[in-house]
Design a protein around this ligand. Structure first.
Ligand code: BJ8
Length: 426
């Protein structure tokens, strides 16, 4: 019989009734989108289990780890360096939320025309349904887009453990210097919170752990260029989402096991979709759990997603941190260099992202690109105009979709995606 987690959730201060409603909705969506797929890799059973226990076993692990003296750090952005968190023996968890839940409560703080991701994170807190937030010793809010930046001013009055991390917006020497200063300030905060000093040996070990996790992801992503695609876009997205929650060593082993299996599937010409199925890449805003809306629509439209230029995708795990370095200072420099490479639209100019998208399109053998923007996300929506022009000039088919977390436009989106897929066949 499944363990009764209610006492733990109560102790964390969750609203049990609302939390039950959320879990039921997520379970239903998961069944409809994931368990109904055919020809899934066997290794996805691990991820089915992780999702079934996403508010259960993993939270219990966090609670037990805290009792044993470890520190849990929650964050909303891929610019928060997990390497530093592991170096104080801490645990890093992603807090971005992907469901339209308690938006009415969130809209008491931010305007209606705020992106769904920001409203969802606030809604999860205000409705008391996120055990990750409630298990975090520190919640890191990053100054990226205006929406996040200004919503932190509200978060300050809602929680008492917010830490605001400033981030550069330009990739030049000043930007790099600023990121180094911010990461140094963050490292000091982690040391103060945990009472543990970041030592060179432990930092090097932590860099290696996170790199291994990224390398395992990169293996899976590289295998997705095969036709037939060995794994569905939905399953690959799920792995990218779990990347932010799971124990890093266990996660790496599970991802490598799937990569081994995918290699076999490719040898046997076994795919998640038939050979010749139109192949699409998705680029844009992050898709946090349980935001599976767009890949589900694409894969319901006789196409397969073969790559994601998202933070829950290649943008989140592609680059490695240089493991060479004998002092903490040297390794801090390596960490900064790694994170400065990420092509988030909050940077200006961000032309490297255009190159990255074209490069990914070629690497994944994609037939076209779906640009995915959350409504009211200015950085990505504004950058989309440049990307669409660039891709059209390169002769790459592109479809821009601006949407939110609701299902209201699902039918309309399906019609547009189907027409896009049809146009590529001609
Ligand atoms: S590195 S994408 S996680 S900032 S969707 S809240 S940008 S209005 S999430 Fe992001 Fe870090 Fe960049 Fe990735 Fe603002 Fe846009 Fe909303 Fe966004």
């Amino acid at each position: 019989m499944a363990e009764d987690y209610k006492p733990m959730w109560q102790e964390l201060g969750l609203d049990i009734e609302k939390h039950d409603a959320l879990l039921e909705a997520v379970g239903q969506m998961y069944g409809e989108n994931f368990l109904s797929q055919e020809n899934r890799p066997k290794g996805m059973e691990y991820f089915d289990f992780v999702v079934s226990e996403i508010h259960g076993l993993r939270i219990k692990e966090l609670v037990d780890a805290r009792k044993a003296g470890r520190t849990v750090i929650g964050s909303f952005c891929v610019y928060v360096p997990e390497e530093l968190i592991l170096a104080i023996d801490g645990i890093s968890v992603g807090l971005c939320a992907g469901a339209e839940f308690a938006f009415d409560m969130a809209e008491n703080y931010v305007p209606r025309n705020t992106c769904s991701l920001i409203k969802s994170a606030l809604g999860f807190k205000l409705a008391k349904v996120c055990p990750y937030l409630e298990s975090s010793d520190l919640v890191v809010g990053e100054n990226t887009c205006d929406g996040k930046k200004k919503s932190h001013e509200h978060w300050q009055s809602i929680i008492d453990n917010l830490y605001v991390m400033d981030l550069p917006q330009v990739k030049n020497d000043n930007g790099r210097r600023m990121l180094l200063e911010e990461y140094t300030r963050f490292a000091a905060k982690l040391e103060e919170l945990s009472g543990k000093k970041i030592e060179a040996g432990k930092l090097q070990e932590s860099i290696a752990i996170v790199n291994k996790k990224r390398k395992a992801m990169n293996r899976i992503y590289a295998l997705r260029n095969a036709d037939p695609a060995p794994i569905s876009g939905l399953d690959a997205l799920l792995i990218s989402q779990v990347f932010f929650y799971d124990d890093p060593v266990r996660f790496t082993d599970s991802v490598n096991a799937i990569a081994d299996e995918l290699e076999e599937r490719i040898k046997n010409k076994q795919g998640a979709a038939a050979a010749g199925t139109p192949r699409l890449m998705v680029a844009g805003c992050p898709m946090a759990v349980p935001n599976w809306k767009l890949p589900a629509i694409i894969e319901d439209s006789n196409a397969v997603v073969v790559g994601e230029e998202l933070c829950t995708g290649e943008r989140g795990h592609e680059y490695l941190t240089d493991e060479n370095g004998s002092s903490v200072d040297e390794m801090m420099g390596n960490i900064v260099d790694r994170y400065m490479k990420i092509h988030c639209a909050v940077f200006t100019p961000n032309t490297e992202r255009l190159e990255k998208i074209r490069d990914m399109h070629d690497r994944y053998n994609a037939d076209g690109i779906v640009l995915y923007n959350l409504q009211f996300c200015q950085p990505y929506q504004i950058e989309s105009g440049l990307i669409v022009d660039d891709l059209k000039k390169s002769g790459i088919p592109v479809l821009q979709i601006d949407t939110d977390y609701s299902q209201e436009d699902a039918g309309q989106l399906q019609t547009r995606v189907e027409a896009f897929v049809e146009s590529m066949k001609g």
